[in-house]
Design a binder for this molecule. Structure first.
Ligand code: ADP
Ligand code: AMP
Length: 214
């Protein structure tokens, strides 16, 4: 099962991607998580990506595409994957298609998690991420069991630098300009599915499962 999660930053792509990955036993591939891990480990890629991420800009396509295409070579991708945060531009989508076509593959579901911009700022301001394992919470909607402590690994939770309101606004503009065109792109390929991301997290998940299990 090859799935792409589409939607604005903070729409709930990661939240749903993790649940899909667990249910169908396929890897959750988040380019944002890959960059954050590289920043944490002080790699050259991390240093380059951070400059763009801190400004709410997209990391250049040439730093992203090979990373994902290489990741597909891992044996855990044999049954498929959920891509979260990739592709984010039309050139990335075309590069992905090209890499898949070479192996006679294609994306089966591009799931657009729809959340209006008016909800996004509060989604991002309330998001907390584990410093260790990357699990995400929301202070109001999906709180951790213990305040400021990850349910999964017990480590601390932080507000991501790029979730601060001034950067979120920039990220939303970038989304509308560079990523939203992917909705039409995947519609044209006949693989676009839309879900209402303003519903409760479990209801959104049920809607997605009903789409992919038809
Ligand atoms: P994305 O991966 O699209 O950037 P996340 O999955 O990290 O978004 O979700 C953004 C924030 O919204 C997180 O704090 C998450 O816990 C919260 N969230 C996700 N889905 C829902 C939902 N259906 N209702 C309310 N809050 C949600
Ligand atoms: P995310 O965790 O998906 O919200 O991504 C965080 C940041 O990482 C984004 O704001 C971008 O700066 C960068 N990023 C993640 N994925 C991509 C991508 N596919 N293309 C370009 N930049 C990306």
């Amino acid at each position: 099962m090859k799935i792409i999660m589409l939607g604005a930053p903070g729409a709930g792509k990661g939240t749903q991607a993790k649940k899909l990955a667990a249910k169908y036993d396929i890897p959750h591939i988040s380019t944002g998580d890959i960059f954050r891990a590289n920043i944490k480990n002080g790699t050259e890629l991390g240093q380059k990506a951070k400059v763009y991420m801190d400004q709410g800009l997209l990391v250049p396509d040439e730093l992203v595409v090979d990373l994902v295409v290489d990741r597909f070579k891992n044996p855990d991708c044999e049954k498929g994957y959920v891509l979260d945060g990739f592709p984010r531009t039309i050139p990335q989508a075309k590069a992905l298609d090209e890499a898949l076509t070479k192996n006679g593959d294609s994306i089966e579901y591009a799931i657009n998690v729809e959340v209006p911009d008016s909800n996004i700022i509060s989604r991002m301001a309330g998001r907390r991420a584990c410093v260790n394992c990357g699990a995400t919470y929301h202070l109001e909607h999906i709180p951790p069991k213990k305040e400021n402590e990850c349910d999964v690994c017990g480590k601390g939770l932080i507000l991501r630098d790029d979730d601060k309101p001034e950067t979120v606004e920039k990220r939303l503009n970038v989304y509308h300009e560079q990523t939203q065109p992917l909705i039409d792109y995947y519609q044209g390929k006949g693989v676009l599915f839309e879900v209402d991301g303003t519903k409760d997290m479990d209801e959104v998940f049920t809607d997605i499962v009903n789409l992919v299990e038809v």
